[in-house]
Design a protein around this ligand. Sequence first.
Ligand code: COA
Length: 320
Amino acid sequence: MPARIIGTGSSLPSLVVSNTELEKIMDTSDEWIKSRTGIGERHIAVEETTTSMAVEASERAMQSAKIEAEEIDLIIVGTVSGDMCFPSTACQVQSRIGAVNATAFDINAACAGFLFGLSIADAYIKAGMAKTALIIGAETLSKMMDWNDRSTCILFGDGAGAAIVKGDEHGIMSIVQGTDGARGEVLTCHNRAVNNPFVKGSMELDYTSMNGQEVYKFAVKTVPVAIRQALDAAGVQVDEIKYFLLHQANIRIIEAVARKMGQPIEKFPTNLQKCGNISAGSVPILLDSVNEQGVLKRGDKIVLAGFGAGLSWGASVLTW
Ligand code: COA
């Protein structure tokens, strides 16, 4: 029995920072950012943390799914920006929402984190190892940025999205995943500085660094292929898909994927204009806003796709 999404939730920090506000602190312009990326503003965490946003998104997803925390037996958080190395964000969420019967762990698949989490939950449910799973994508990317590097810091934002899945007759029809570690150096963020007397020299604390053009080429080439593979595996024609919910990295990437799939751009809802790129949070936050609008009807077929650092990617065809 596949996993079916039965509820969604999301949480965004209260501070909204527009491109115009960024113009005041760095050499950039609203025109440059909008024309290159489509992004107009992003939410930046000040009081909020990765865990607090993950908790709020989870509570909203539980309300939407009409389930109690005790029913959840699996919690997976996709994140590259947890507040602590350990305990995991998932364990902190478990404690804060009172999901006493769950097993909880984090995964690092960057912007594909929610898709990878969905895939693990689907496999657990099919294997009979879990009945009700909570999958979260949560990020505070603002703390991973070098705010002196205008080519990266303008792209990203903070937030969390969550979904509850349960075994059902209809649900996830297919998931394809892939990684290419050999090309990983085009989007990196090093770990913490080393303070170890046995290591010669100390490792400098590092921030996100990106070869934007290589990441762009990777995305426009790989995502349509992954979506086609997922459609084939599900036995679904591309025209049957109501919505394609893609990772919100760049409007030009989304337009290129729409063109390559021969699909109208109206089938590709976006929130990057208001949220920027929230890595693992992007897909579940977008899914929640589409769900909130009430436009998803039982039986609709949709595609979810995430891609990013690793390099990693995932695409899924599912029945709502
Ligand atoms: N404001 C103004 N100018 C900027 C700028 C900013 N925020 N950031 C870079 N520039 C400048 C560069 O310095 C460069 O100037 P130069 O020509 O004088 O050297 C110029 O703009 C062009 O830079 P370039 O990097 O070639 O721009 P681009 O057209 O490739 O766009 C990205 C840059 C990052 C928007 C684009 O490559 C991209 O979106 N890539 C994908 C990134 C992505 O989605 N990453 C996340 C994946 S999960």
